[in-house]
Write a protein that binds this ligand. Structure first.
Ligand SMILES: [Zn+2]
Ligand SMILES: [Zn+2]
Length: 136
């Protein structure tokens, strides 16, 4: 059994990995708000090479605030967000925590783009918060 596994809402897209996440956090940027259907996205970053992803995905690319091209991948059937990549961090996949079979298995420790937070989207004070992207 893989350490972490997950699927989209309809189950057509599935992933598993034995890697530990490089980091996990909430992103309150305006695109995450649009893409998640909620005031932030929550995700964990994994090395792409350690993730086994199956199922058909659709994608959307855009230029992020950083100037890097970012791509979001989602299930074309149910529309669930699956993962994101950015040219700024090659080889890294940010997988949405809502994909996890056990959503409590990974605990976010950071918050990004808090300057774009919706006022009622109150996150845990113990999170390490960054107004924009964290310095890498
Ligand atoms: Zn699906
Ligand atoms: Zn975001």
């Amino acid at each position: 059994m893989a350490r972490y596994s997950g699927r989209c809402a309809c189950g057509a897209v599935h992933f598993e990995t034995d890697a530990e996440p490089m980091m996990a956090g909430h992103c309150q940027c305006s695109r995450c708000q649009k893409l998640s259907g909620a005031p932030h996205s929550s995700f964990a970053a994994f090395p792409e090479a350690a993730v086994r992803m199956s199922g058909k995905l659709a994608s959307w690319s855009y230029t992020a605030d950083s100037g890097n091209v970012a791509t979001r991948h989602h299930c074309p059937t149910c529309g669930a967000p699956v993962y994101g990549t950015t040219k700024g961090m090659p080889g890294v996949m940010a997988i949405t925590l809502s994909m996890l079979d056990d959503p409590a298995a990974i605990v976010p420790k950071m918050a990004f783009f808090t300057k774009h937070a919706v006022p009622w989207d109150l996150l845990d004070d113990s999170l390490v918060a960054f107004p924009g992207m964290p310095p890498m």
